[in-house]
Design a protein around this ligand. Structure first.
Ligand code: C5P
Length: 222
């Protein structure tokens, strides 16, 4: 594909991991660095797209050459994705979204007490952003999800591509050391809605992002 294959297209990329507050000083989160999402956003920009990067608490410094919207929680991410998706051509959901959040957020710091050796946290389910996006998706809009799995990688990714009504899913095995979360390298399988599969070697997240953007621009222009 040529260097400007996404010229004039609006691409929305989410990156990082959501933070779900417990009280004013504590939160639940995950190990997402944001590196994979940043690499996808840069690759889309290099392909000529107008990119909006929605960044949720990445560990890595946010690129300054992109239009960035920062969010914290899954609920904020949902609201922002819905707003940005409306006039977007392509969405890539690389963010690690917390499946659950604390049922209540204390307005003061939660204290330990002398007689409480254990504490139980009640969590409630967060919305599934990709499922909500699938219900507002218009013909021609292209949606890509990620699937990080420790077991049954392909079977689980195949289930997700159907349940979230995706055009493409990027599946990666996060049980292997040196790839995936926080690493500079990754190894993924691209799974298409029609069942095609393409597995990459272990390579940099930049290389994988470039391949992903080239696959998306080929599929998108059909
Ligand atoms: O179901 P699972 O979290 O493994 O699916 C991963 C994909 O779904 C990722 O693309 C992630 O960004 C997205 N996701 C979402 N809303 C959630 C959880 C995950 O859109 N609540």
């Amino acid at each position: 594909s040529n260097g400007q294959s996404l010229a004039g297209k609006k691409v929305v990329v989410t990156a990082g991991g959501t933070r779900e507050p417990l009280d004013p000083v504590r939160y639940l989160t995950n190990h997402s660095s944001g590196k994979m999402g940043f690499a996808v956003a840069e690759a889309a920009k290099n392909a000529g797209a107008e990119v909006t990067l929605i960044a949720a608490n990445p560990l890595k410094t946010i690129p300054t050459d992109l239009h960035v919207i920062q969010v914290e929680t899954a609920s904020e991410l949902l609201k922002t994705v819905k707003e940005q998706f409306r006039d977007a051509d392509i969405l890539v959901m690389a963010a690690a979204v917390a499946d659950y959040r604390p049922a209540t957020v204390a307005d003061k710091k939660i204290k330990k007490t002398a007689d409480n050796e254990t504490m139980t946290l009640k969590l409630v389910r967060n919305p599934d952003i990709l499922k909500e996006v699938s219900s507002i998706k218009k013909p021609g809009q292209f949606v890509t999800g990620f699937a990080a799995e420790t077991n049954d990688l392909i079977a689980n990714a195949e289930k997700k591509i159907k349940s979230k009504k995706l055009d493409l899913i990027v599946a990666n095995d996060v049980s292997q050391a040196g790839i995936g979360f926080n690493a500079d390298n990754n190894q993924v399988t691209f799974l298409f809605a029609d069942g095609r599969k393409v597995k990459t070697p272990i390579e940099s997240k930049q290389k994988i992002a470039t391949k992903l953007i080239s696959i998306i621009s080929n599929e998108f222009q059909e």
